[in-house]
Design a protein around this ligand. Structure first.
Ligand code: ATP
Ligand code: MG
Length: 263
């Protein structure tokens, strides 16, 4: 245990939703210190991959494996996955009425700690204030109910606040850039860059190269029809931005179809 860097290993992952196969053999490995970007057309399974890693009950793993530092993630409950150091910023963060943002984050931090070793209220507030300032967030956001009435961009910024407060070892950020104005995009990128260290690995799902101008990924992967069909460096994202996906389909002889449909 306690290896200095963490590794999330996904091998030949097949995932079904209500009997329909969405992921058809995904292979990817994310290590501490690395930033991976996953791009791909709508409906190809990117969010399904993140949900499967976090253990959403609707997503049934029918084949393959997910391990985190050698431990079988598929045998862990959702909260155990979070406690182990996995984090997901969702494409559509949910609203929780009656729980303030600050309460939610404090209890999430404490659930990762041993009993008797909870973060003190003072320290928590100090940390949260500091991070909210870095993310240029209105201090009132701490006392509002989680995501309730937050604008699209505020929700995304708040996901990054959670990321910075929880300090996971591996994070999956699903379209963290969607709906952000140009200044917010820079602020969110600043938050993610602040997290960069050998103890932190990240998988960023995005549609646009734009985000990757601010956060330089080590690897870029293209997902199509439930598989990663191509991997490369940042130049791959630039080519996708310029040319779209057709050239990959041509190169690989992929026919147009909706993922999961029978041929
Ligand atoms: N809970 C669900 N019930 C039924 N179908 C689902 C469910 N979740 C995902 N799907 C289907 O699985 C496929 C992949 O969806 P997913 O959300 O993973 O795509 P995506 O690559 O994230 O797309 P986008 O770029 O639009 O976010 C889609 O056809 C979608 O309709
Ligand atoms: Mg998605």
């Amino acid at each position: 245990m306690a290896a200095s860097t963490s590794t999330l290993t996904i091998k030949d992952l097949h995932v079904e939703i209500e009997g329909k196969e969405i992921l058809k053999g995904v292979n990817i490995e994310i290590k501490g210190g690395e930033i991976h970007a996953v791009m791909g057309p709508n409906g190809t399974g990117k969010s399904t991959l993140s949900s499967a890693v976090m253990g959403h009950p609707k997503y049934e793993v029918t084949q393959g494996s997910i391990t985190f530092d050698g431990e079988n993630v598929l045998e862990m409950e959702v909260d155990e996955r979070a406690r182990a150091g996995l984090f997901l910023a969702m494409q559509y963060p949910s609203e929780i009425s009656g729980v303030t943002n600050a309460e939610f984050m404090r209890s999430a931090i404490n659930s990762k700690r041993e009993e008797g070793n909870e973060i003190s209220l003072m320290k928590f507030i100090r940390e949260m204030d500091k991070k909210m300032e870095l993310l240029e967030m209105d201090p009132d956001m701490a006392q509002r109910y989680l995501n309730e009435g937050f604008s699209g961009g505020e929700k995304k910024r708040n996901e990054i606040l959670q990321l910075m407060m929880l300090q996971p070892r591996i994070a999956i950020l699903d379209e963290i850039d969607s709906g952000l104005d140009i200044d917010a995009l820079k602020v969110v990128s600043k938050g993610i860059n602040e997290m960069r260290s050998s103890d932190f690995g990240c998988l960023i799902i995005t549609h646009y190269q734009r985000l990757l101008n601010y956060i330089t990924p080590d690897y870029v992967h293209v997902m199509m029809q439930g598989r990663i069909v191509k991997s490369g460096g940042p130049e791959l994202a630039q080519r996708l931005e310029a040319e779209g996906y057709d050239w990959i389909k041509n190169e690989l002889g992929i026919e147009d179809e909706t993922v999961g449909q029978e041929a």
